[in-house]
Write a protein that binds this ligand. Sequence first.
Ligand SMILES: C[S@@+](CC[C@H](N)C(=O)[O-])C[C@H]1O[C@@H](n2cnc3c(N)ncnc32)[C@H](O)[C@@H]1O
Length: 267
Amino acid sequence: MNKKKSPSRTNKSRGSAKKTASSKKQETKIQSSGKNQGGSPAQGKRNLKVKVKSARGRKLSSTMWLQRQLNDPYVKRAKDEGLRARAAFKLTEMDDQFDLIKPGMVIVDLGAAPGGWSQVAAKRAKSEEGKGQVVAIDISEMEPIPGVDIIHMDFMEDEAPDELKKALKGNAADIVMSDMAAPSTGHKQTDHLRIIGLAEAALDFAIEVLKPEGAFLAKVLQGGTEHELLALMKKHFKKTRHVKPDASRADSSELYVMATGFKGRKS
Ligand SMILES: C[S@@+](CC[C@H](N)C(=O)[O-])C[C@H]1O[C@@H](n2cnc3c(N)ncnc32)[C@H](O)[C@@H]1O
């Protein structure tokens, strides 16, 4: 399925981004065991090999981005392994550590483009072999991936949950994962609130569609305002934790919240 809807982003958020004090939570630093896709390049020991010489006509930030890309072992490995994004290794590492994805599982990937996480999910759940199911949604268009049903839509649109449920064909999900992030505004507090709004909406949806014992994974930002998100996660799941995979750049404040053992919907 490749469903198109105009990505008319509204400010209306199903999960409200509320301001709370920042907190320092326990983090789990991941070492990849390479379940299916090999280990992770040692990010901390990266040596700059390629220097971008001419920055004429290019902003300093773009030059630095390009230089970082050219020297990033995950970027090279993603290319070598036919993965669409280095982000694929973040999910790979988290799954290696916590053993979330199993063959035959039903997985929802929120904010899936360009498709790295969906590729990993389809491979590990074996949906590309006709087992299980992976349903992906993104506001940006995505090239098809074998074993993945793609919805092209803003997840914050009111109709998005129903579109996803339709794609799930009445199946409950084993995992709802969100790597959704709006482009950075450069204003830290605004970025925090936006990402928490997306994570809260993802959690609301997860609570609606997960099977008992299901898992939820979402991107947040370090030092963020996720107290309410964590409180809701703790209420509905047996275990919650923060995770910073090696593939997540050390200089990025990105972090993941992971909840396992969904307690089931309370009627
Ligand atoms: C970091 S990228 C995801 C990378 C992806 N996990 C991968 O492995 O290729 C974040 C994505 O979230 C998407 N996104 C942000 N806000 C969204 C929204 N409201 N609805 C759907 N997708 C959204 C962006 O379009 C972007 O593609």
